[in-house]
Design a protein around this ligand. Sequence first.
Ligand code: NDP
Ligand code: MG
Length: 382
Amino acid sequence: MRKKIAILGSTGSIGTQALQVIEEHADLYEAYVLTANSQADLLIRQALRFQPAAVVIADEARYQYVRDALADQPIQVYAGQDALCQVVENSEVDIVLTALVGFAGLRPTVAAIRAHKQIALANKETLVVAGELVTRLAMENHAPILPVDSEHSAIFQSLMGEESEIEKIILTASGGPFRKFSKEELQTVTPAMALRHPNWDMGAKITIDSASMMNKGFEVIEAKWLFGVEASDIQVVVHPQSIIHSAVQFRDGAVKAQLGVPDMRVPIQLAFSYPYRLASQFDRLDWYHMASLTFEEPDLERFRCLALAFEALRRGGSMPCVVNAANEVVNLAFRQEQCQFLQMAEVIETTMLRATFVQQPSLDDLFQCDAEARRIAAEFIK
Ligand code: NDP
Ligand code: MG
């Protein structure tokens, strides 16, 4: 029996690479649901090729267009955010890959967990915003969460076969394209410069988050919830070559790491196939010609966003949700040239000061916190 996979965000960077994995292992997996936000033409092409049972176009204005294009196919076409939740609950679905970007991933991920699905989690924002709630729900519903984020997959792989406590997580970071920039140089950074990541080819939002190192801050929060460690036991280490994808230190001082050529298809494939590893044709490390592996301490002064994420984790409650919402606003504003690179952290910090704080937020509280923080951040940018 082939496993049926629902890909939320099939038209994105993770989504398209997941489809390559499915194509490579067509004997094991089938793309059962595909979804996009607004890229209707790509969604249609994917649907014609992979013949899923259903597709969802989140942007309702494009529903008729997609429906017409697939009219003679045995494929259900849905539209809207609610449909994203409904399709993952389908009893046929085995695995839900959350490859959509931002806060929009929260509701469908919760729906998939409540429907007891195996979650291949790429959408880290879900754990940033609602880590406590989501991991508790996953436990209660026996819905395993398998990390797709390369660092968390590396940690997960380092923990395979281990029963002992973690002493420390070593979370590696490339440092992004501006690792060596001074504060003055950071002031002149443009979106085009920030969108060129040295090692990874990713969607626009996460590429900007990588340049500001907010992405690493989010990954610290993600690691806390996935692996049950305190922020003080997570050490961020800048490793510009992105060969060591992350590591775990145990109580006897031993450190286990996972290494490889940067290629997201490796963690995506493992999140589908766990506990087994499948063969792949992906590039292998070339040990004789590898650049040297180097390590540095991150600079929290120049990369304020990383410090703010640590602060949000320390404060807990709704604070990470506030940071995520403000970050989504400034990230887009920066891409649209309405906000400078260094201003992003300023707006986030101000939003943290002004937003209502909730110590034990419910899901509804989080939606309110998200909306309020977006309003505050948007006003401040103006
Ligand atoms: P992309 O921007 O490339 O793709 C995002 C996908 O989500 C697209 O299919 C997009 O549709 C869809 N989408 C966007 N907004 C919405 C919405 N409001 N409702 C429904 N669907 C939506 O992102 P990435 O693939 O880079 O990243 C996806 C997630 O994976 C993020 O959370 C990111 O942090 C995480 N991740 C990504 C990595 C990478 O290498 N790319 C690495 C580690 C984690 P459309 O195409 O129509 O806009
Ligand atoms: Mg990552």
